[in-house]
Design a protein around this ligand. Structure first.
Ligand code: AMP
Ligand code: GLY
Length: 433
């Protein structure tokens, strides 16, 4: 079948890489794509939220399956647009409708959903600007650190962790009164701080059945040792050593099953990915957030660990046919290091020549913010490349990734030097024993 991937990041390049290996994939398109996806598929110059153009393209090119990468078009209702059109509604689409995407689009909705369905999560209360004084009174009863979360989509920037109550009050005022995150902070959650180790679990569901994809840990801060501002993600590792059988069984029983059953019970049809951001608190899983899509850069380590035909799984998820399906995974480690433009996540320059991309490397090089200008690949965004190494141990995967990272360069390129280091000693001791 002919397939369209929507998006232009490293996640979409990794999707394209995996989908291209399927016998079921005939023509592959990516809208709008990047210089990396152009090496595997045909890029189509349509924005991710231009539903009318995307729909026309699908009809003209007889697309059989659409895979939606980022959250924006899901929250805006790309599925609802396709379903409400007599010609488009027969095209298979992976990604939930507007209602299901609220799991990511509204942190208040997702918190209430978790509470209604018995999914373990941090305690929280939601306030609007009219309730500012009440919120301040509530803050006085909280023990710092205090987590403030903008309700809506804020490009990964909507969470502020405050060490003092005074600081929490100032930030809350800025979010609610000054609309620091625009409409995303019309409502704000004041949430209990959880102490533990984070990991991300990914589920592909047809709304009834589900398969669990390889888990991953990502590195969100810009600086080594988890310092500096949050980013979209500076690296990721899969598998995650502490996500052993016992822990993953708790995740399935206490988090995944109640989540899928909750969607069913509440009549929210859902064909797509549920990305569950978890905190492991003394061996117990707590949900920090849901996303209605795969993670970036987590996809760049998850796809290389899936052995099964990915298109078959996507079709099953889109058609309600996941029951009885299993997913075969590669036990080897995958680790990705993200190379970013100097200055990111603040201001940065674009258009820098990327050197070293042509050489054959042991690692997989997934492109994100790149553009082909007259045959030269130049930087075109904050996160530019994700370099994924694979190996029997995390140490090996890391070596492969960093050797390739060192062979690529452009003016002011930056990357973290410590991806996976925190997990390495844990993993080495397991492999020695
Ligand atoms: P989110 O945008 O919800 O993924 O939050 C961004 C980051 O904030 C998470 O990856 C965590 O590191 C941190 N965070 C969010 N909620 C909590 C919480 N309740 N306790 C501790 N850290 C949190
Ligand atoms: N890496 C985190 C995300 O995709 O939201």
């Amino acid at each position: 079948m002919d397939i369209l991937i929507i998006g232009n990041g490293g996640r979409e390049h990794a999707f394209a890489w995996k989908i291209k290996q399927s016998k079921q994939c005939n023509r592959l398109y990516v809208a709008p794509g990047n210089a990396g996806t152009a090496t595997l598929a045909e890029n189509v110059d349509i924005a991710v939220d231009d539903f009318a153009k995307l729909g026309n393209f699908c009809l003209q090119h007889k697309i059989g399956l659409v895979l939606v990468g980022p959250e924006g078009p899901l929250v805006k209702g790309i599925r609802n647009y396709f379903e409400s059109d007599p010609d488009l509604k027969n095209i298979l689409l992976v990604g939930p409708g507007k209602e299901g995407a609220q799991l990511e689009g509204s942190k208040d909705f997702s918190k209430q959903f978790m509470l209604r369905n018995g999914v373990p999560t941090a305690k929280a209360r939601t306030f609007s600007v009219a309730e500012l004084e009440e919120a301040f009174t509530y803050l006085e009863t909280c023990t710092p650190p205090i987590v403030l979360k903008a309700d809506g989509l804020a490009a990964g920037k909507g969470v502020i962790i405050c060490e003092k109550i005074k600081e929490a009050k100032e930030n809350l005022r800025e979010m609610l009164e000054d609309k620091k995150f625009g409409d995303a902070s019309i409502k704000v959650l004041i949430e209990e701080f959880l102490t533990g180790i984070e990991l991300s679990v990914f589920v592909l569901t047809d709304g009834n059945s589900y398969v669990i994809l390889p888990e991953a840990k990502d590195y969100k801060r810009i600086g080594d040792g988890d310092t500096g501002p949050n980013t979209g993600g500076m690296g990721a590792v899969s598998p995650v050593v502490f996500a052993d059988v016992a822990f993953m069984s708790k995740v399935e029983q206490q988090v995944i099953k109640p989540t899928i059953n909750g969607l069913k019970k509440e009549n929210i049809s859902y064909n797509g990915f549920v990305f569950i951001g978890l905190m492991n608190v003394n061996g117990e899983p707590y949900v920090i957030e849901y996303n209605a899509r795969m993670g970036d850069p987590e996809t760049q380590v998850v796809m290389p660990r899936i052995k099964s035909d990915f298109v078959e799984l996507l079709v099953a998820a889109a058609t309600g046919d996941l029951k009885g399906k299993t997913i075969e995974t590669d036990p080897n480690y995958a680790m990705t290091v993200v190379l970013v433009s100097g200055g990111y996540p603040g201001n940065f320059e674009k258009g820098k020549n990327i050197l070293g991309l042509e050489a054959k490397t042991a690692a997989l090089v997934f492109q994100a913010g790149t553009k082909n200008i007259e045959g030269k690949i130049v930087t075109d965004g904050g996160r530019v490349l994700a370099v994924t190494g694979r190996g029997k141990t995390l140490h090996h995967a890391s070596k492969v990734a960093y050797e390739t990272v060192e062979s690529i360069n452009w003016e002011a390129a930056y990357f973290r030097k410590d991806i996976g280091v925190d997990l390495q000693s844990m993993s080495d001791s397991i492999h020695k024993s």
